[in-house]
Design a protein. Structure first.
Length: 128
């Protein structure tokens, strides 16, 4: 099952899939930027829940031309993912779910500078 809903500038998607053949090893949360939350992330993983949060910020500036020269644009991308093992969480063997929230925001530099149709950055969506 795949489904997506749009909330303003964010997109929420949920996917149910069949499990992989091999059992997943416990992730090393201590080596990640946000850590293990005093053991909370490891306990959540043991109960079937695994959170991922990714943030990307790109700064783009126009360095030539006369229109908007030197103006700095910030473009950001936020991914929040919750992977759920249905067997561990609910006793539903063979079930996995992924809830993915995606939020993009930015100054749309291609739209405001020379109206480039292809965009300047992989985060940017020039029209819409």
């Amino acid at each position: 099952m795949n489904s997506c809903l749009r909330f303003g500038q964010a997109l929420l998607c949920m996917t149910l899939t069949q499990p992989a053949l091999a059992e997943e090893a416990d992730p090393d949360y201590a080596g990640r930027l946000l850590g293990d939350w005093n053991g909370t992330r490891s306990r959540l993983f043991q109960n079937g829940y695994d959170w991922e949060i990714d943030y990307k910020l790109d700064l783009v500036a126009k360095v030539s031309g006369s229109v908007n020269r030197g103006k700095l644009y910030a473009l950001d991308n936020l991914d929040i993912k919750l992977n759920i093992d249905g067997d561990k969480a609910f006793g539903w063997p063979g079930t996995r779910a992924l809830i993915h929230i995606l939020g993009n925001h930015g100054g749309k530099p291609a739209l405001r500078n020379d109206r480039l149709p292809h965009g300047l950055d992989n985060i940017e969506v020039p029209h819409g």
